[in-house]
Ligand binder design. Structure first.
Ligand code: 5GP
Ligand code: MN
Length: 337
């Protein structure tokens, strides 16, 4: 993978471009993809954003989201677009299996591939150019850097700013995680100068759920949470029946794992959801407990130091049992304040 700087001269040559991101895109994945979409379109490229799967309802208001192609839903169209693309941007993921059913199509492409991402351990051999920086708050911050460093900072308008702000906001827990550097705040100041409405971004993302979702959260906190005080850990496991009973859709469980860390003294929060194809884990930690390594070692996953995900093909009960068993190895580490 060559440095992203070596790619900049190609920005002014109009190309057929596809931008893609990880399955079930979150605010950062969608925000960075759409910001780049608006920027590259403005530069004269012919651009399509393809998501491997569907996405949460609370992202649908974002400018351009209605033009995103859902690979799972439109396989033929999306595959053709990918095969005809001259340039592929991969945002907010760095390993092909995070694109689920799209993985095989991506693996076969011979076009130029550009990575912009902030997760650990990129699959470098796949990408032609790229930037991978785990110190960055979000892929949106990196797309901002990409636009500014390539000399097109003046192209950042209110539409691009709205997309970038949304991703930084969601990936930093509304500007509270340690990744929220002075540079993040400087970037936000620059975004604000475009005149976009940041309050609307917060309301659209965080205050747009239906009644069933908040009742579901109450139900899970009451009935599905277990606090393992001896490990400063809280765990929540959600069954298929729970999802059906409350009509839970993509995105409704987003943020739920963070609730576990609101308990005093809890340093590790683990949420597992019984999805159709797998049991999907979300891990969050505070301080120096590395959930990226934990997820990689025990649950076929990865991510960031304090926020990672994983999976299991075992039953819900069996994967919870395994978690409770492996956590014992970390007792000492988790007991340190
Ligand atoms: P979440 O718990 O919100 O699904 O994911 C937390 C973080 O870990 C996100 O940055 C996400 O991209 C990453 N992540 C989630 N699942 C996986 C996985 O299975 N593998 C890897 N490498 N990263 C993951
Ligand atoms: Mn991200």
């Amino acid at each position: 993978m060559q440095s992203i700087k070596a790619f900049y001269p190609q920005l002014t040559v109009p190309k057929k471009v596809v931008i893609t991101t990880h399955q079930k895109p979150d605010g950062d994945a969608m925000g960075s993809s759409l910001a780049l979409y608006h920027f590259l379109t403005d530069l004269g490229h012919s651009v399509t954003v393809i998501s491997p799967t569907n996405w949460a309802g609370f992202l649908k208001w974002m400018p351009g989201a209605n033009m995103v192609v859902d690979f799972d839903f439109s396989k033929e169209v999306a595959t053709k677009l990918l095969q005809e693309s001259e340039l592929l941007f991969c945002l907010d993921f760095n390993i092909l299996h995070r694109t689920k059913n799209m993985e095989a199509v991506l693996a076969d492409l011979s076009c130029t591939k550009v990575l912009i991402d902030h997760h650990e351990q990129p699959q470098e051999d796949y990408f032609t150019y790229g930037v991978s920086n785990t110190a960055k708050s979000s892929t949106c911050e990196m797309v901002f850097d990409f636009i500014v460093e390539s000399g097109f900072g003046e192209k950042i308008n209110a539409t691009i700013a709205e997309c970038l702000y949304t991703g930084v906001m969601t990936d930093t827990g509304s500007f509270r995680f340690p990744s929220t550097t002075a540079n993040v705040h400087r970037m936000v100041a620059r975004l604000k100068d475009t005149g976009f409405n940041h309050t609307l971004a917060h309301e659209n993302i965080y205050d747009s759920f239906l009644e069933n979702r908040i009742r579901f959260i109450g139900y899970c906190l009451l009935n599905r949470m277990e606090v393992l005080y001896e490990y400063n850990t809280a765990i929540m496991s959600i069954s298929k029946n729970d999802l059906l009973r409350f009509y839970i859709k993509t995105g409704d469980t987003e943020g739920l794992v963070n609730q576990l860390l609101t308990i005093q003294g809890i340093r590790l929060g683990a949420l597992v959801i019984d999805r159709d194809e797998e049991r999907k884990w979300s891990f969050r930690s505070k301080g120096d407990f590395d959930v990226n390594t934990f997820a990689r070692t025990h649950f076929e996953g990865g991510g960031h130091f304090n926020a990672a995900g994983g999976r299991s093909s075992d039953s819900l009960d069996a994967t919870v049992w395994k978690f409770k068993k492996v956590i014992k190895q970390y007792a000492e580490q988790l007991q340190q304040s």
